[in-house]
Design a protein around this ligand. Sequence first.
Ligand code: BG6
Length: 473
Amino acid sequence: MLHKSLKELPKDFLWGASTSAYQVEGASLEDGKGPSCQDVKEVPEGTSDLKVCADEYHHYKEDIALFAEMGLKTYRFSISWSRILPEGTGAVNPQGIAYYNHLIDECVKYHIEPLVTMFHFDMPAALDQRGSWSNPESVEWFLNFAKVMFANFGDRVKYWLTINEQNMLTLVGPVIGTLMIPAGTKNVLKETYQQNHHMLVAQAKAMVLCHQMLPQAKIGPAPNISLVYPASCRPEDILASQNFNAIRNWLYLDMAVYGRYNNLVWAYLEEHDAAPDFAPGDAEALASAHPDFLGCNYYSTATVGAWKEEADQGKADQAVLPGAEGLFASVKNPYLPRTEFDWEIDPVGFRNTMREIYSRYHLPIIITENGLGAYDTLGEDGRIHDQYRINYLRQHIEQLRLAVSDGVEMMGYCPWSAIDLISTHEGMKKRYGFVYVDRDEFDLGTMKRYRKDSFYWYKQVIASNGDDLDDLK
Ligand code: BG6
């Protein structure tokens, strides 16, 4: 669709940036924090552990001041479950509450709206030992954690996100270090989708609780949504793309919005004796929850063709998922360039994805992640010339403006990441931030913060409410 002129973004558009607790905070066992699954996992060879990260725990004042200087209207961060409840349930850690109170107060001081993710890949290790999300009690564990957060921070936090990328937890949990399947499990697919079911019920109950405890607040899910393209117009390839769209995307949004399982996914699970068991009341709980908006992480699209035995099973992560027997085979999209870390770059796919989401669900969308992981270097001039990141973000914001002109209701855009942090499985060297942190993979350096070129550019974008996307003068 061609537009003669572009629609303006709303005046209260939430320009922001994102991080997550376990990737940015550090202080992994400090001030009463219990270990999470991320603190006890074996990190991939050649990558940093998650003990110090960007040390935001000790630098939050400086960091929030930088975010304010950039003009952020919102800061998306997550709350570490085991910093608040070291054992996952039971005693609350007052120092954990104090830390997030300080962080939120600092945001409020600069008129930055806190956008809080309740769970971002960091199950308390103590709960993993009790069966993690396989344990039906996990629904109540999460609800209790939600209640503590709403009670302590709900007076200042208006926007909440439930579970970050539940679809990636389910599809590639082991890569991220999260999926804990009890030893001896026979039907791993069933166990995985039983965990997924518990998360879906936990999310639904948390949304209802949020609306009860905080009537002014707004809450939504935060899956990673990538439209899945068919490799060709061959009808079998179309079926394959429908299969993967259902498993990767619509399962999560259909459930969050309509409170029911996607029919293709359900048929697939039944076929493999993997349909999750419902506890009494689950169906009602799922149907009773209504998100106020949809948070979506977007990095790229995916492309699939009909399943074939010799399909490339290659490496898997959030952007590159292997095929699934009988359903689809992943293929490389020959039209798309790739990042230094081999993720496809598809700005037009960003518009495609937003259009599709909005036409299916008709809820406002906030992009909770989008960004470019790259090997940034601190130059001798003390600057980081990340023009490649500016180019990437510009192309995506252009498409966001086009999507808005297509009639998609967008409420905000939060690139990943506000500041450099540790990647899920590719270490510190894969940087995403607007702010450079002076540390390497293993050498903790000075931890000094540097504004990258993208920092100044994004500041200009925000100041013009998305009109001025030109290079820096
Ligand atoms: C998303 C996650 O999958 O992508 C983030 O929500 C993650 O936690 C981001 O860091 C980028 O992925 P990666 O693997 O490059 O860190």
